[in-house]
Each structure stands twice: as structure tokens, then as C-alpha cells.
Design a binder for this molecule. Structure first.
Ligand code: PRT
Ligand code: MG
Length: 212
């Protein structure tokens, strides 16, 4: 049995064409099903639906053989026990530093002010500001980072931006790009050896089906 861990929403939707290219189809879409284990047309392949940030953990421990996770999530997880053979080039966005429209970020940085930064991406934020030599107090949040500067929780946030509409709707502006983000295929290192004959052909088809 090959178990593939995916999260609902954009990752599932954008991975589906790749699965289809490998001849794998699923009769039930997770958006319309409460099942956490979804069968596929192949008796030896099943999907499990987990939180986006939990995908690397399921694959690390071998509860799933394969998964799809954003580079943001993989960076926070650390990637232990994971083979990352392919950038699938899906669910693309950018990790950015953002502040309120009326906040002068450049001069705060120039003056060496200690900044309060709210984020779900503590590891990425720590690395980014350390490399810049900017002193920050990091505040860990689990979502809706955009709210933090509006209510005085923080001076800045580190968050993902795709269209920019969420920032705009909340009177925030992006002031720095930390990195470009896309989703990667992750494979359990032991599974790749033990189930090589089933997994390698899938990797080969995915590699050919990736949109440049
Ligand atoms: O929702 P949950 O808390 O379970 O986890 P999640 O938010 O990490 O999962 P999900 O499914 O929303 O995102 C899965 C992956 O998609 C992320 O790990 C990223 O790699 C990738 N991705 C791509 C994004 C975005 N684009 C994105 N825009 N993840 C989140 N967003 C959010 C962003 O955090 C912000 O709140 O969308 C908002 C901004 O969007 P725009 O279009 O208004 O700029
Ligand atoms: Mg989300």
C-alpha cells in the first residue's frame, strides 16, 4: 500500500492533475467528504487528508509514504527523515514582511529599533532578521497574522502573500520579500528503499507532469 498525505484546499486541488497523470483518480473529493482516508482507483494507493503543517510529520514517521508540503512548512519542520526529490511548482506564493500602511519600516530598521514580529513562521523569521542584523521579538501565532499590527500586538508580520488582496483589505503593505514559496514532494526515506518499485515510477511521472 502507498499512502499519500495531502492537505485540503489548494494543495489537494493542484496535486490532483499530477496524480491523474500517474493514473490515480479519487472518487471522493475531500472538500465534499468528511473521510480522512480516501480510496483511489488503485487498490494499492490511498490518500490521507491532514493539516498542511502536519504533512511532513506523517511522512517523517512513515505513516504516509509520500506527501506534498509547502516550502514554508518544510522549513519550519526541518525536513528530518524526508527525501525531497521534486519541486512541484504548485501553490506558489511569497513569504513577506508586512507592516501597517502608516508604519515607516525602513526608518525603524535604520534606527535599530527592536521590532515585534508576529508570525506562524518563527524559524524563517528568525533566520531572516538575524541575517539582516535586525533585533526582533518574535510572537508565535497560528493564523490570521494580518490582524496583529492592526490591534497593536506587533509592528510587523511575516506571512505568505499571493494576490496581495488580504494585505490590501487590512491596510497593510509588504516591505520585504523573504523567499519564493512553492510546494515540494516529500518521500519517507525508508519507504523509498522498501517500496522503490511502486514509488519510483510515480516520481518519474510527476517529474514529467510538472508545469514549468
Ligand atoms: O489552513 P491551515 O491552517 O490548515 O494551514 P495552511 O494555511 O498552512 O494551509 P493552506 O491549505 O491554506 O496552505 C497550504 C500551503 O499553500 C501553504 O503551506 C503555502 O505553501 C501555500 N500557499 C500558497 C499559501 C498561499 N499561497 C496563501 N496565500 N498559504 C497561505 N496563503 C494565505 C496567507 O497566509 C494569507 O493569509 O492566504 C493569505 C494571503 O493571500 P492573498 O491572495 O490575499 O495574498
Ligand atoms: Mg490556510
Amino acid at each position: 500500500m502507498i499512502t499519500i498525505a495531502l492537505s485540503k484546499g489548494r494543495i489537494f486541488e493542484e496535486t490532483l492533475p499530477l496524480l491523474n497523470a500517474a493514473g490515480i483518480t479519487t472518487p471522493e473529493a475531500p472538500e465534499f467528504s468528511r473521510k480522512l482516508i480516501l480510496p483511489t482507483n488503485r487498490a494499492d494507493v490511498r490518500l490521507i487528508i491532514v493539516r498542511a503543517s502536519d504533512v511532513p510529520t506523517y511522512v517523517q514517521y512513515g505513516a504516509a509514504d509520500i506527501g506534498v508540503a509547502g516550502k514554508d512548512v518544510l522549513n519550519e519542520h526541518g525536513g528530518i527523515g524526508l527525501y525531497q526529490p521534486l519541486d512541484l511548482n504548485i501553490a506558489r506564493c511569497r513569504m513577506m514582511v508586512a507592516v501597517r500602511d502608516d508604519f515607516d519600516y525602513e526608518s525603524a530598521v535604520r534606527q535599530g529599533a527592536r521590532l515585534r514580529v508576529a508570525t506562524k513562521y518563527v524559524q524563517a523569521a528568525r533566520d531572516h532578521f538575524a541575517a539582516k542584523g535586525v533585533h526582533v521579538d518574535l510572537i508565535k501565532l497560528y493564523g490570521s497574522m494580518e490582524l496583529a499590527p492592526l490591534v497593536g500586538l506587533s509592528d510587523a508580520i511575516v506571512d505568505l502573500v499571493s494576490s496581495g488582496n488580504t494585505l490590501k483589505a487590512n491596510h497593510l503593505k509588504a516591505v520585504e520579500e523573504i523567499s519564493a514559496i512553492s510546494s515540494r514532494l516529500v518521500v519517507n526515506q525508508a519507504a523509498l528503499k522498501l517500496k522503490h518499485d511502486a514509488i519510483q515510477p510515480m516520481l518519474d511521472v510527476f517529474a514529467l507532469a510538472i508545469r514549468k
